[in-house]
Design a protein. Structure first.
Length: 175
């Protein structure tokens, strides 16, 4: 009969100082690896959360649009003045030429430049200088004496009240 002369059993064996250092290093490395996996997992979860939020947002927007039956888009418009009514601005779609809306002129739009006979527009600075020159010339041409000018028969109707005069003029203009 052949009897075994050797065997292996699990027995308690205290670590040497070198083994403790080696195991401590392996433990620290394992903690670092776990921490890196946790960080990577957090990044992947954040990316997935963002992708999910994007998909949910798209679903919400499309649901609202389908339910409402329309969407809002930037559409190029043609602006037309005094059409269809004077002193109104109309907005027409460029793609279909449908009238979208009208509005009254703004204060600035009512103050359009008036072309002169030769087709030129006088710049504002030149216009102001021309006006100042005109009024300076008028001041020189005015009467210089101190006597008031007497106008004969200034009020042929004999009306003296200012309101009555105004009404009388309106009535005469209506005739």
């Amino acid at each position: 009969m052949n009897r075994p002369t050797e065997c292996t059993e699990s027995l308690r064996c205290p670590f040497t100082d070198e083994e403790k250092l080696r195991l401590g290093k392996e433990l620290a490395d394992a903690h670092i690896q776990l921490s890196e996996l946790d960080d990577e997992e957090a990044v992947i979860k954040a990316q997935m959360k963002q992708k999910r939020a994007t998909a949910e947002g798209l679903i919400g927007r499309l649901s609202r649009e389908v339910s409402a039956g329309f969407t809002m888009r930037d559409v190029k418009m043609r602006i037309v003045y005094d059409d269809p009514n004077p002193n109104e601005v109309s907005y027409y779609r460029e793609d279909s030429m449908d009238l979208v809306r009208t509005r009254p002129f703004t204060k600035e739009e009512r103050q359009a430049d008036l072309p002169l006979l030769d087709g030129k527009v006088v710049p504002a600075e030149d216009s102001q200088a021309n006006i100042a020159e005109f009024f300076e010339k008028q001041a020189i041409d005015e009467r210089t004496d101190d006597e008031p000018e007497v106008i004969e028969d200034a009020d042929p109707l004999g009306i003296t009240d200012a309101q009555t005069v105004g009404r009388a003029r309106e009535n005469l203009l209506k005739m």
